[in-house]
Design a protein around this ligand. Sequence first.
Ligand SMILES: Cc1cc2nc3c(=O)[nH]c(=O)nc-3n(C[C@H](O)[C@H](O)[C@H](O)COP(=O)(O)O)c2cc1C
Length: 137
Amino acid sequence: MGEKKNGLTVLDSGEVLYDDLYLLSETDEKGIITYASRSFCKVAGYTNEELIGQPHNIVRHPDMPRAAFKELWDDVSTKGYWTGIVKNAVKNGGYYWVYATVLKSVDKSGKISYVSIRTKPSREEIQKAQELYATLK
Ligand SMILES: Cc1cc2nc3c(=O)[nH]c(=O)nc-3n(C[C@H](O)[C@H](O)[C@H](O)COP(=O)(O)O)c2cc1C
């Protein structure tokens, strides 16, 4: 079944299962990480210092199709939000799945930032996303 440590279970497949409700991060307009919650750092396997200032593709998994992120950026910039299932890479190997809601925010001075609120997807959602992503580039 894998080993449970600190709220994380690592399966033989390399998939990391987590107990946390939300994994949060924020970026600037260009996708540079400006905030990462303790839960996000823990699951991704990075310290806060390692994530702040890095482009968000630091957690990108090679199985994720470019098309998903193109849609993410198109949707957040035009509609202000995007939701989707994302497979992310863990720093020292392995991966975890999230159901991500990305929102755009504009402050009084017109400065744009983005936040991603991630929760645990169901096995069915993961299965569907996996099948879809295998057909995309
Ligand atoms: C708020 C926010 C959160 C993001 N979270 C992730 C994430 O968890 N995993 C990921 O691979 N990309 C995430 N992205 C998208 C990345 O910025 C990037 O577009 C993606 O990793 C693809 O990398 P590339 O643009 O270098 O091809 C996020 C973007 C924003 C704005």
